[in-house]
Design a protein around this ligand. Structure first.
Ligand SMILES: [Zn+2]
Length: 324
């Protein structure tokens, strides 16, 4: 492959926040552009609006991967799926949806025969006015309903093409109760010719994540500490009065993030799920990076929402080829 034609591997930072909205970030959504394919990981609040703000056409997204079913990772899905369907005139493609249980129930509850949007869908495929607009935009009758190809994922390779593949592992969400997760949570690894990337979701440190992320080029990771909380002088969030459950049952810390990153050794980490304290309290961002940076020597990024990162690099390509 010539250097001038290495394709595209670009990470669009659509939502890098958590369930606490701020003017800077809200909810989770990452769009991975692999040459001419767009893979959406999580679909948190305002994903559709933010994609439009970035000039990204959601009609080109045919694959959605949910890490887990917290609303800050899923709430815009009906808006996304309906807009994608409604604005695709005559050239609709099925939307492939992957996620942990209860992803099939989640999709059916929205778009099934008795789903929350069944009345809307019925109106749009039968109303003369809706059908008139649809035909004016190039659609032909009868107007098809949206089609979903839903995969309940647990582990292993779940999607594969000539240019990319996605595998997943069931991992531990950060809020287990007595060691048992309240929500089944997945982390995903994407392999491409131009690099690999892991989306850890809200995953806690666990052997499954360490295996999945071992040697990956880019790791999208939620810092272990709950960053919506005020920080105290030692750079850790102030959890006094709240207890251990918000930090995780096993009391993970930013130092442990550093150790996880040290072991997995990604070239770069993209921090996500950023709480308001990171934007409103001066010095917090620096403290997080300094604490983790004591153990991890790779590139640490905390990109703003509505920005994009080019991830392809020839050095990375050579490094991966050399390892095979
Ligand atoms: Zn969560």
């Amino acid at each position: 492959m010539g250097d001038e034609n290495v394709g595209t591997l670009r990470l669009h930072i659509v939502g890098t926040g958590c369930n606490a909205p701020s003017g800077h970030a809200y909810g989770s959504a990452f769009l991975l552009e692999v040459s001419d394919t767009f893979l959406l990981f999580d679909c948190g609040p305002a994903t559709s609006y933010k994609l439009a703000s970035m000039g990204l056409d959601l009609r080109r997204v045919h694959h959605v991967f949910f890490t887990h079913h917290h609303y800050d990772h899923t709430a815009d899905f009906p808006c996304f799926a309906l807009t994608r369907w409604d604005k695709s005139k005559g050239d609709q493609r099925a939307l492939s949806v992957y996620g942990p249980p209860p992803t099939p129930d989640f999709v059916a509850a929205l778009f099934g025969p008795s789903g929350a949007f069944s009345a809307d869908l019925h109106a749009r495929i039968t109303s003369p006015a809706s059908l008139g607009y649809y035909q004016l935009a190039g659609g032909s009758l009868p107007r098809p309903e949206p089609v979903f190809d839903v995969t309940e994922a647990v582990t292993g390779t779940i999607a594969k093409t000539a240019t990319w593949s996605v595998s997943c592992a069931t991992v531990r969400h950060v809020d287990p109760v007595d060691g048992e997760p309240l929500l089944t949570s997945l982390a995903y690894r994407v392999e491409t010719e131009l690099g690999s990337i892991v989306f850890a979701g809200d995953c806690d440190d666990c052997p499954e994540l360490r295996r999945l992320a071992d040697g990956v080029d880019t790791l999208v990771l939620k810092p272990r500490a709950t960053l919506t909380l005020p920080f105290v002088d030692n750079g850790q969030p102030d959890i006094s009065g709240i207890g251990r459950s918000l930090v995780t049952g096993s009391g993970k810390t930013l130092e442990q993030d550093g150790l996880l990153l040290q072991e997995c050794a990604p070239k770069r980490v993209v921090f996500s799920h950023l709480g308001p304290a990171l934007f409103s309290q001066s010095g917090v961002r620096e403290r997080v990076l300094a604490t983790i940076g004591r153990s991890y020597e790779g590139l640490m990024l905390m990109p703003d929402e509505l920005t994009s990162l080019d991830l392809e690099d020839k050095d990375g390509q050579r490094a991966r080829t050399a390892r095979r």
